[in-house]
Design a protein around this ligand. Structure first.
Ligand code: TIU
Length: 229
């Protein structure tokens, strides 16, 4: 067990039972011309997450921690897209329409892919999800079971939408979530702050909130010596 400073109290990391889960760090949310911009958002608000996430990803890989990535998106034939989601927002363009990075939020299009700085490497599961939560209609629960995971270090975008939904889903499935403030981001700074407060409030009603330097230090810490009997 390795102790990480967090709110509302220290998080006890169990390295063999924890994975890093990076939510939707896709061009469609982070770069101009994608889904996030189509919804009217200032996508530059998410840029500050990239550098800390890059350092955290390198540390997790070096420590041999399981890293999982998610991507929000839909099949090219839109068979997994609810009409309610397609028409929400009443914009002139919507999911499946052509944009500067290909069809918006469609699997296989350039905009749907993960940004180059955080690109998955061989062996890291990439979970395609049609909803906001990473457990809904995906293989994530199977991965959790296969790897015997009880803890998730959750990062990515956006804090109050896909990160929050996933943390709530994980919480109801008996998992402990540590959410990192510098590695999560929102188009709205006030939503980011409030979403994190909501996680740690009420004694950690949904989990813990920490930051990447705390996790990186914990991953680099020497393993505790075995107790001598
Ligand atoms: N719009 C917004 O803030 N987020 C999403 O639509 N998806 C994710 O959070 N990934």
């Amino acid at each position: 067990m390795v102790t990480i400073s967090a709110k509302p109290y220290d998080f006890e990391l169990q390295p063999g039972k924890a994975a890093l889960l990076i939510i939707d760090m896709q061009r469609d949310f982070i770069e101009p011309g994608g889904f996030g911009a189509m919804l009217g958002n200032d996508v530059t608000q998410l840029e500050r997450t990239i550098a800390p996430l890059k350092a955290l990803l390198a540390a997790a890989r070096a420590a041999g921690m399981l890293v999982m990535h998610t991507r929000e998106g839909h099949k090219p034939d839109l068979s997994d897209l609810h009409e309610a989601k397609r028409v929400r927002g009443k914009g002139s363009t919507t999911i499946g329409d052509e944009g500067p990075m290909g069809r918006i939020l469609i699997i296989g299009e350039p905009g749907h892919d993960i940004i180059p700085d955080l690109y998955p490497i061989a062996g890291e599961p990439v979970i395609d999800k049609p909803g906001k939560g990473a457990f809904y209609a995906t293989e994530l629960q199977d991965l959790v079971d296969q790897h015997g995971l009880t803890q998730l270090i959750v990062c990515g975008v956006t804090t109050e939408v896909c990160v929050h939904t996933t943390v709530r889903e994980a919480n109801d499935r008996g998992m402990e979530c540590l959410v990192l403030s510098d590695c999560t981001g929102s188009y709205f700074s006030e939503f980011h702050e409030t979403a994190l407060r909501m996680i740690a409030a009420q004694g950690g009603i949904f989990g813990w909130v920490g930051d990447s330097p705390g996790v990186i230090a914990a991953l680099a810490a020497p393993a505790e010596p075995e107790a001598i009997s």
